[in-house]
Design a protein around this ligand. Structure first.
Ligand code: ADP
Ligand code: MG
Length: 269
C-alpha cells in the first residue's frame, strides 16, 4: 500500500509539532500530543478545544512540579492541615482568629504570627497547618527550628556563606521558626536570629512558636538589647496568639490519670 503525499506531509507536520513542543520544553504536551490528536479526531473536537486540552496537560504538570518543589523546600515536618486541628479539644485557641490567619492575608502585608504557650498545646501543629496552606497557595515557605537556624547560620559563617544563608532564611514569603526558647541559643545564634528577622522586617512574614512569654524574652536571650530589638520588629505588625490551656499531648495521660483516680476513689468509698 502506498502512502499519499498528503499523509507524508501530515506525518512530517506531526513530527515537527512534537519537535517544537520538545524544543520549548513542553515535554508533557509533547508526550500527550498523539493521544490528544486521536481524541480530537474521534470526538470531533474544535481546534480551540484540542489546543486547550493539550496545553492544559502541560499547565497541570507544571503546577504539580512547582508544588512538589515548594513542598521539598518547605521541609514541613508533618502533613498536618487545619482540618486536622481539633478546636473543641483546645479551647485555648481562638478558632475565628486561626481561620482568619488561614486566609493568608497576613502574608500580604508581611505580618508575623507568634504562637506562645507551654509544650503540647498545638503551636507546631498550627504553624505547620498555616505553612501547608501557604505552600498550597503557591508561596515559598521554609520551616526550621530556632536551634537549627542558629546551627546553620553558625556553620555558614565559618564557611564564608553568611550571605547565602541569610538569603535562604529571609527569602521565602513565610519563614516558620519553631521552638524558640526550648534550647538555649548560643551567643551568635541570638544574633543570627535577629539578623534574619531584621532582613525580613516589613518584607515577608515569620511565624514563630515559643514557650517563653514575651515579657521573659530578655532573660531567655541573655541579651536584653537583642531581645528588645527582635521583639520590636516582630511585633510591629503581628498577631500574638497565646495558648495557655492544658497540653493536648498529655490529654491521654490526663484521661488515664483521671480514670485511675476515679477507680481508686470508687474502691475507697
Ligand atoms: P506544641 O508545639 O505546642 O508543643 P504540637 O503542635 O507539637 O504542640 O502538638 C503536640 C501533639 O498533639 C501533636 O501530635 C499534635 O498533632 C497534637 N495536637 C495538639 N493540639 C491538637 C488539636 N487541637 N487537635 C489535634 N491534635 C492536636
Ligand atoms: Mg512544638
Amino acid at each position: 500500500m502506498s502512502t499519499s503525499p498528503m499523509q507524508v506531509s501530515e506525518a512530517r507536520r506531526f513530527q515537527q509539532l512534537r519537535g517544537h513542543l520538545s524544543y520549548l520544553k513542553l515535554n508533557d504536551a509533547a508526550e500527550a500530543l498523539n493521544r490528544v490528536l486521536d481524541q480530537a479526531r474521534t470526538e470531533q473536537m474544535s481546534l480551540t478545544a484540542a489546543l486547550e486540552r493539550l496545553l492544559e496537560i502541560e499547565a497541570e504538570a507544571t503546577e504539580a512540579r512547582k508544588l512538589a518543589t515548594r513542598e521539598r523546600f518547605a521541609c514541613l515536618p508533618e502533613p498536618w492541615t487545619l482540618a486536622d486541628f481539633d478546636f473543641a479539644a483546645q479551647p485555648g485557641v481562638d478558632e475565628k482568629l486561626t481561620r482568619d490567619l488561614a486566609t493568608l492575608r497576613f502574608l500580604d502585608d508581611a505580618s508575623n504570627v507568634l504562637f506562645v504557650g507551654p509544650p503540647g498545646v498545638g503551636k507546631t501543629m498550627l504553624s505547620v497547618a498555616l505553612g501547608r496552606a501557604a505552600v498550597d497557595a503557591g508561596h515559598r515557605v521554609c520551616f526550621t527550628t530556632a536551634a537549627e537556624l542558629a546551627a546553620k547560620c553558625h556553620k555558614a559563617a565559618l564557611e564564608g556563606r553568611w550571605k547565602t544563608c541569610m538569603c535562604f532564611f529571609a527569602g521565602p514569603k513565610l519563614l516558620i521558626i519553631d521552638e524558640l526558647g526550648y534550647l538555649p541559643l548560643p551567643e551568635d545564634g541570638a544574633s543570627a536570629l535577629f539578623q534574619v528577622i531584621n532582613q525580613k522586617y516589613l518584607k515577608s512574614s515569620t511565624i514563630l512558636t515559643t514557650n517563653v512569654g514575651i515579657a521573659d524574652w530578655a532573660g531567655a536571650f541573655g541579651d536584653a538589647t537583642v531581645a528588645a530589638a527582635m521583639l520590636d520588629r516582630l511585633l510591629h505588625r503581628a498577631t500574638v496568639a497565646g495558648i495557655d490551656r492544658p497540653s493536648y499531648r498529655l490529654r491521654g495521660h490526663q484521661n488515664q490519670a483521671d480514670a485511675m483516680r476515679k477507680g481508686v476513689n470508687a474502691r475507697v468509698s
